[in-house]
Design a protein around this ligand. Structure first.
Ligand SMILES: NC(=O)c1ccc[n+]([C@@H]2O[C@H](COP(=O)([O-])OP(=O)(O)OC[C@H]3O[C@@H](n4cnc5c(N)ncnc54)[C@H](OP(=O)(O)O)[C@@H]3O)[C@@H](O)[C@H]2O)c1
Length: 282
């Protein structure tokens, strides 16, 4: 049986860890698991019989990105699936957010994903095959207060992935955007800095931020189930791989609600929309 090589970023905790744990136990997968610090992937040791590579990777460090991709390619002779999972959050009102935090989040969630993908695509193009799984969020489709910059990163991931899909679908390469709602990972807790509103006009949002922090690890979503679904889609349904994969009831409800309302709005505005073209083009 031909093994598929998976390279997954951010496998220390959360979705990444669940993906790594399940991939490590399959006999048809080579796994390149990554963490920012050494010793964080020891949970994989018991499953390692030569099919696992553990690599130090901070996706904001270009030399480490190059090294992770090169290690996967050298050790396993290619990369079949890249999972851009590494990411973090940030809560704060748009006006009071710390822009250094917001920019760092873009470095990880957007530019890290971009760097990983640009290093991997030449390998996949040469193979004429591959799957790129990009972690977006329901926050890449639907906006909440206090998450303006997180949404900015995830809407960016959606847009960038859409263009990649258009450019590489003729080359045997597919993309899948994963769009979870709340899952029991470290995201809402230690992985999201929070700036509490100080302005009277924004006090109502302090509770939203606090509730999210308190709710960490009590969300409805089970990351082990999410990992199993992602692996099943890629390994068993690559021919019909969904370009968007909302995960969790809240994600599915909000995605359907948003697009149903948007569709109606676009239809209602159709006459006005068309009237903006030059007369000879109408
Ligand atoms: N959990 C949710 O409710 C939810 C919902 C929608 C989308 N997501 C997305 O799911 C993805 C995974 O997050 P998670 O929920 O599993 O949270 P998590 O448990 O906090 O895991 C995030 C992982 O990303 C790693 N990471 C952070 N910065 C990194 C960097 N610069 N380079 C490499 N790795 C880095 C973390 O490493 P360290 O352990 O070293 O910090 C950690 O292992 C993220 O893209 C997140 O936005 C999560």
């Amino acid at each position: 049986m031909m093994s598929k090589t998976w390279l997954v970023t951010g496998t220390h905790t959360g979705f990444g860890k669940q993906l790594a744990l399940q991939l490590a136990q399959r006999d048809d997968v080579n796994l390149v698991a990554t963490s920012r610090k050494a010793g964080q992937l020891d949970y994989l040791n018991q499953y390692d019989h030569g099919q696992i590579a553990k690599v130090i990777l901070d996706v904001t460090k270009h030399d480490e990105v190059i090294n992770a991709v090169k290690t996967a390619n050298d050790k396993f002779g290619g990369i079949d699936v890249l999972v851009n999972n590494a990411g973090l959050g940030y809560f704060g009102t748009f006006e009071e957010s710390n822009l250094d935090d917001a920019k760092y989040m873009f470095d990880v969630n957007v530019w890290g994903l971009v760097d990983m993908t640009r290093q991997t695509l030449p390998i996949m193009r040469k193979q004429r095959s591959g799957v790129i799984v990009n972690f977006s969020s329901i926050g890449g489709l639907y906006s909440f207060p206090t998450l303006a910059f997180y949404h900015g990163t995830k809407y960016a991931v959606e847009g960038i992935t859409g263009s990649i899909e258009e450019e590489v679908k003729g080359l045997g390469i597919k993309t899948m955007l994963v769009e979870p709602s709340g899952f029991r990972t470290d995201w809402a807790g230690r992985s999201s800095h929070k700036t509490m509103p100080t302005h009277d006009d924004y006090q109502q949002f302090a509770k939203f931020i606090q509730d999210n922090a308190n709710g960490a690890h009590h969300e409805p979503g089970d990351p082990a189930k999410a990992a199993a679904i992602i692996i099943d889609q890629v390994m068993n349904h690559e021919d019909q791989l969904p370009e968007h994969l909302p995960l969790g009831k809240i994600s599915s409800d909000l995605a359907i609600d948003k697009y149903t309302k948007l569709l109606q709005q676009f239809k209602d505005l159709r006459k006005i929309s068309l009237s903006a073209d030059s007369p000879e083009k109408q």
